[in-house]
Design a protein around this ligand. Structure first.
Ligand SMILES: *Cc1c(COP(=O)(O)O)cnc(C)c1O
Length: 443
């Protein structure tokens, strides 16, 4: 019988570490100590200190494989969305597995190439591509530009003409469907800045067809992130299919359809659709089309492959609240502050007398930054002592990539584990490096 993961009491939220990890790939307790694959987290902390991001290679590969297996009946390409986690080791593992990539900047393309990825398997999304971004991507042989406006289309044609190349493009259409997710990560509504309105798409495609250095290859949409239901994906697909048919009638033949990313994950006790259910809902409609299918998953591939490890530095009980000040902060992990994201915080070592809500107290897990918004979790029932190591789970996506140096804090180290091996994949920054490029005023 599976234990329930959470208990909400008047005092706060209790998350059962063992029940939680039962739902997380490659994370488990062994001798009361947290392990990722066969590596003890205590060992990782001893080698690399805290705060530290740790990723499981196997967990990443398993989700990637689940996508390719679920869509095996169709010609398809999984383009991992680099912005979720752009560490070279993560990109390299996925490149080796055959993944393509979805990028939103020239910098991300450079990372993909440095990690051994192929430009021909890369799609370039984003609303603000510049002349030099486009030039660089064309020179590298980019697979497709996902075009978000008419002015971008004109610019791509211009750059391609200068280089005497033909630019492969899709239009990113905005299907105007409600992804039912946090407003900051909803992208497929009329009033979002993304894409070309569904009703304008046919005309823009016809314009594109007349441009000398544009090669129309596909159609694209991406409606948001952390979607837990399949209905918005199906609604978006229906709208895109409608367009594919109108385009055919107008004599514009596509080679691929790109449904973006956005599949949600279970952070604590959410119940997102599985990759299989997702595939089963879309496959019948997709197989009729006869087009290659692209997906751009980011979060779902890496979120639960990673944890952020942090040490309890100070315990500060006050009359109204107890604060546990840890050595990670909003600069390391901004999701709770930016999106009100609830992430699980679990101890590295379980109390030997077992776990129960009685031995716990409610804590706000906060960083040392001078902002009230600097919290990682609120009102959590935990049993804490200074020096304890905590793991924030689900931290593999939009964790390190959104981190900053606010308060002159060097960014965390990153580690990858595979089987019983661990390896540093990004050194902890030094404070000196933070100001190495700064210059005193000369005068
Ligand atoms: C962010 C983004 C993705 C990935 O979204 P996830 O929710 O991480 O899967 C895919 N495509 C585009 C265009 C994006 O902006």
């Amino acid at each position: 019988m599976s234990q329930s993961v959470t208990t909400q009491t008047e005092q706060g939220l209790y998350i059962n570490p063992e029940a939680l990890t039962a739902h997380l790939p490659e994370l488990h307790y062994q001798n009361n100590t947290l392990h990722m694959e066969q590596v003890s987290i205590t060992e990782v902390v001893k080698h690399y200190g805290t705060p530290c991001y740790v990723y499981s290679k196997q967990a990443i590969l398993d989700v990637y494989q689940a996508y390719t297996d679920s869509f095996a009946s169709l010609t398809h390409q999984i383009c991992y969305a680099v912005k979720a986690n752009s560490n070279l080791a993560v990109l390299g593992v996925l490149a080796q597995a055959g993944a393509g990539f979805d990028i939103v900047s020239r910098g991300e393309l450079m990372r993909v190439l440095a990690a051994g990825g192929e430009a021909t398997r890369v799609v370039f999304s984003g609303v603000g591509k510049t002349y030099s971004d486009i030039e660089y991507a064309l020179n590298q042989g980019i697979g497709c530009f996902n075009v978000e406006s008419i002015s971008e289309l004109t610019l791509i044609n211009e750059v391609a003409a200068q280089l005497d190349k033909s630019a492969p493009i899709s239009l990113r259409v905005n299907p105007d469907v409600d992804a039912k997710t946090h407003p900051y990560i909803s992208t497929g509504l009329k009033d979002n800045k993304f894409g070309i309105a569904h009703e304008d798409a046919l005309v823009v495609y016809q314009q594109a067809a007349k441009l000398s250095h544009i090669d129309i290859v596909g159609i694209d949409c991406h409606i948001g992130s952390q979607l837990t239901e399949v209905a918005p994906f199906v609604a978006a697909l229906d709208k895109v299919i409608e367009l594919v048919h109108s385009l055919r009638k107008a004599g514009i033949e596509l080679r691929h359809i790109d449904l973006g990313g956005g599949l949600g994950v279970r952070y604590i006790d959410e119940t997102p659709v599985s990759i299989d259910e997702f595939a089963n809902a879309l496959l019948p409609k997709l197989s009729e089309l006869g087009l290659t299918v692209f997906f751009e998953p980011g979060r779902s591939i890496v979120a639960n492959a990673g944890v952020l490890l942090t040490k309890v530095d100070v315990l500060k009980p006050t009359e109204h609240k107890n604060f546990a000040i840890v050595d990670a902060a909003m600069n390391d992990l901004i999701r709770p502050a930016l999106y009100q994201a609830e992430m699980a915080v679990i101890p590295n070592v379980l109390p030997s007398n077992g776990i129960n809500t009685e031995s716990t107290e409610p804590w706000d897990i906060v960083g040392a930054i001078c902002e009230t918004g600097d919290f990682l979790a609120k009102d959590r029932l935990l049993s804490l002592s200074t020096g304890d190591i905590l793991a924030i789970t689900g931290a593999g996506a939009y964790g390190f990539t959104m981190s900053s140096n606010y308060n002159s804090r060097p960014r965390a180290s990153e580690v990858m584990v595979a089987d019983d091996r661990h390896q540093l994949i990004r050194k902890r920054e030094t404070v000196e490096a933070l100001y190495a490029d700064e210059v005193l005023w000369q005068g």
